[in-house]
Design a protein around this ligand. Structure first.
Ligand SMILES: Nc1ncnc2c1ncn2[C@@H]1O[C@H](COP(=O)(O)OP(=O)(O)OP(=O)(O)O)[C@@H](O)[C@H]1O
Length: 247
């Protein structure tokens, strides 16, 4: 299995120089689905934003297939490593126009067949193509947002709380779509979620970020069933306790 992303001792400070991420090292192998969990404010979103160069580390190196991020063209990198956010932002225009935006940056377009195919991947009817994207429901917008990222044919998908603002049904539907992308297209996925049940359900591997460090990483089942680190134990037990089901 190929090593896609290599993270070497990455430090990221806030504007005042306080460390948000305090030396993170990790590897992402081709085809993995990694769920990233951890207490609120621990640095999960900051970590993910470094991986598609929305921001750069203060020290340390991130590599994609061995190449230093800083030596890569940003647009090209974001095309290969796509990101989907908690709140789907639709640009003005139809669903079709929203899907064409990414390829347009590279002077490319999508055939109607490719558009239909993208809509099919996110389980939206073709008939939505001509609808104003801003009139869609929250769940539909998140599907378009996912399809818009997929239009760039990314090798890696970064998902930042993508189901957090959806109702439980839409959330499970998006979850299912992502799992299909992973299983059928072998997409590599890093998925930050505060929904521990979701992290447990979908993850192959799970990383726990606490206080700006990865304090635990391993196969998802092991992390949940037999956490090694005190912070993880407390975090998982407290969360499941609140939901009324310690396992
Ligand atoms: N641009 C910034 N300037 C200053 N502080 C920041 C900035 N971005 C993030 N932080 C701080 O860094 C810490 C980590 O934030 P981050 O959003 O990465 O955490 P998180 O684990 O994703 O949290 P949550 O689960 O609540 O979304 C927080 O204390 C946050 O206030």
């Amino acid at each position: 299995m190929e090593e896609l992303i290599t993270i070497e001792n990455v430090v990221k400070n806030d504007d005042k120089g306080n460390a948000i991420l305090k030396g993170i090292s990790a590897k992402v192998m081709d085809g993995e689905l990694i769920t990233i969990i951890g207490p609120s404010g621990s640095g999960k979103s900051t970590f993910l934003s470094l991986l598609n160069r929305m921001t750069d580390p203060d020290s340390g190196i991130i590599r994609f297939k061995g190449k230093n991020y800083l030596e890569m063209n940003v647009l090209e990198l974001r095309r290969k490593i796509g990101m989907v956010f908690q709140v789907p932002t639709m640009l003005s225009g139809t669903v079709r126009e929203n899907l064409l935006i990414g390829p347009k940056l590279f002077r490319q377009t999508l055939s109607e067949e490719e558009i239909d195919n993208l809509l099919e991947q996110v389980a939206l009817p073709k008939t939505l193509k001509d609808q104003d994207a801003r009139t869609l429901s929250g769940g539909q917008k998140q599907r378009v947002s996912l399809a818009r990222t997929l239009a760039n044919k990314p090798e890696i998908l970064l998902l930042d709380e993508v189901t957090a603002s959806l109702d439980p049904t839409s959330s499970l539907e998006i979850e299912g779509l992502v799992q299909v992308l992973h299983e059928q297209q072998r997409k590599t996925i890093l998925w930050v979620t505060h929904n521990l049940k979701q992290a447990k359900r979908v993850g192959q591997y799970t990383w726990v970020i606490a206080n700006g460090k990865i304090v635990e990483q391993g196969p998802t089942e092991e992390v949940f069933e037999n956490p090694q680190h005190e912070i993880t134990k407390e975090f998982i037990v407290t969360a499941f306790d609140q939901e009324g089901e310690i396992q």
